[in-house]
Structure formats: structure tokens, C-alpha cells
Design a protein around this ligand. Structure first.
Ligand code: SF4
Length: 277
């Protein structure tokens, strides 16, 4: 089965409305330093094509309950570099159109610009993740992902084409991306919904962060004192201060606010799924 219920580790902190998820590829070559898939997908930063994906998916879609949403993708990006050449995600979207599937797309790439024609004919909302508008920091954090400005340009075009659009600012890294949060927000002020999440640490993430940002980690690590479900979280008072300020800044711009795995407020949904027609 390629379509699976979305239930990330049965987390008590996950407030997502029930939905399904589909990953057109295994692995993701954006190679984000803070990526959590390295803890459960071997060779996670190498993209692999799935066996027999399209015929199997078509069989599954014939039986699929159309009330539910399929989110793409939560364990890989639906637009890795190789998608330009292979067009597998585009073919998945063509199947979604044929079977009238409701879809929530999330990417850190601008390749989806190619598919705006198709996306505008689907019952679909499109989102991008932008951790920071600072190109230099983004390159360090997400070495192989297209620059944030390209993602934003593509999302503006999607909005112009009538597609509901949203964004994630995730993860927020104190003393780093949090420093340019307002500028990032200004660049995203045309979206309908923004979901935020603070950086969470696991051993693999911690090791990559230490290697790349030794000085930053000297300040950050002592603040990661709370453990929930295998992840270290920022000290609660600091985390809530960040979330409250982020919420105020987002809502002041007339954008709805969501938070992901924080045990904090979201409205109308944490993940932007209310935007899917
Ligand atoms: S885009 Fe997402 S799945 Fe891909 S490397 Fe970055 S965090 Fe991991």
C-alpha cells in the first residue's frame, strides 16, 4: 500500500486532522541539516524511485474514500531534484485529477511551478516550507533545496492561478532563523495560513547541527532540557514565548496560525488542510 494513514509516531502532540499520506519517492536529496527522516529511513538523503508506484497507486485510488485528504509528502519532498527529469509526482497528480482526490501538497522546491496548470484543476492546497528568507542561512540548512526566493516566486504564481496557498516556517531555530522571522514573514504575507514549529533535537539531528553550527549549538544545547516522545524540546518557557510572538506576528498580518507538535494553539487547523476545497 502506498497510501497510508498519517499518524506520526502516534504523537500526543500531533493535532493533525485525520488524513492520508503518500510519498512518491523514498528519501529526499534536499539534505536538510535538521531533517528527522534520517532516524527511520536508511540512506535518507539518496532519492529512490518506488517499484511499480503508478499502477499500484491507481488501484488504491479506485477504492479511496474521497472524503479524506492525501498529503504529499511528509517523509520526503514530492519535488526532489530528479523530479524535473522523471516527472513521477506530475503523473501522481494526473491520477489525483482522474480520481478527484483532495490533496495537500508541501514542498521545499520550486519545481511545482511546472505543475501549476494541473494543480489548479485539482482539489488541492499548495504549501512551501521556508525556514528563513536569508539565502546564506538557507543554503547552510538546506544545501540542495532551491533558494527560498524561488519557492516564494512559484507560490505567488500558484496563488495567481487560483490555488489556495499556505507556508510552514519550520523549524524555528533560536538565535538563528528566529532572528529573521519577521522578514521571512513579510516575504510570505500573501499566503492564507502559516504553520510554525520550533527545532526539535534527536541524536542524528544534534550530530549534524553540532558539525555545521558548533558555536550556535554551544548556546542552544543547554536550552534543550525537555524530552517528549524521543525528541528534545526547547525549555518550555522559551518555546512558549517564541510561539506566542510568532502567533501574534502572523495573526496581525491577517494570516491564520498553526503550530506543529507543540501542544499549542492552532486555528482553524495546524496543517492548513482546511484550505483544501
Ligand atoms: S525537505 Fe524535508 S524530507 Fe527532505 S531533507 Fe529536508 S527536512 Fe528532510
Amino acid at each position: 500500500m502506498y497510501i497510508r494513514p498519517f499518524d506520526p509516531w502516534k504523537s500526543k502532540l500531533c493535532t493533525c486532522p485525520f488524513k492520508y499520506t503518500l510519498n512518491p519517492y523514498t528519501g529526499c536529496d534536499h539534505a536538510c541539516v535538521y531533517c528527522y527522516i534520517t532516524s527511520y529511513i536508511p540512506k535518507a538523503f539518496r532519492v529512490r524511485v518506488k517499484d511499480n508506484l503508478l499502477p499500484s497507486l491507481e488501484r488504491e485510488l479506485r477504492e479511496f474514500d474521497k472524503r479524506f485528504i492525501i498529503a504529499m509528502s511528509y517523509s520526503s519532498d514530492p519535488y526532489p531534484t530528479i523530479e524535473k527529469e522523471l516527472g513521477i509526482t506530475r503523473r501522481v497528480l494526473e491520477l489525483f485529477k482522474r480520481y478527484d482526490i483532495r490533496c495537500l501538497l508541501l514542498t521545499k522546491s520550486d519545481i511545482f511551478e511546472r505543475d501549476i496548470d494541473l494543480l489548479s484543476e485539482l482539489r488541492c492546497a499548495v504549501g512551501i516550507t521556508v525556514t528563513t528568507i536569508d539565502e546564506r542561512k538557507a543554503k547552510l540548512l538546506e544545501p540542495n533545496a532551491p533558494p527560498p526566493k524561488g519557492r516564494i516566486r512559484a507560490l505567488k504564481r500558484a496563488k495567481k492561478a487560483g490555488i489556495p496557498v499556505y507556508a510552514r516556517i519550520d523549524p524555528i531555530i533560536p538565535f538563528y532563523t528566529w532572528e529573521d522571522f519577521e522578514e521571512t514573514l513579510d516575504a510570505l504575507d500573501f499566503v492564507s495560513h502559516i504553520t510554525v514549529s520550533t527545532l526539535k533535537l534527536r541524536p542524528d539531528i544534534r550530530a549534524r547541527m553540532r558539525a555545521k553550527f558548533p558555536e550556535l549549538m554551544k548556546i542552544l544545547e543547554p536550552l534543550y532540557t525537555e524530552k517528549y516522545e524521543g525528541y528534545y524540546y526547547l525549555r518550555r518557557d522559551i518555546r512558549l514565548q517564541i510561539l506566542e510572538k510568532a502567533r501574534r506576528l502572523i495573526e496581525d498580518r491577517g494570516i491564520t496560525f498553526g503550530s506543529c507538535r507543540e501542544g499549542y494553539y492552532s486555528h482553524p487547523t495546524c496543517d492548513g488542510s482546511h484550505l483544501v476545497p
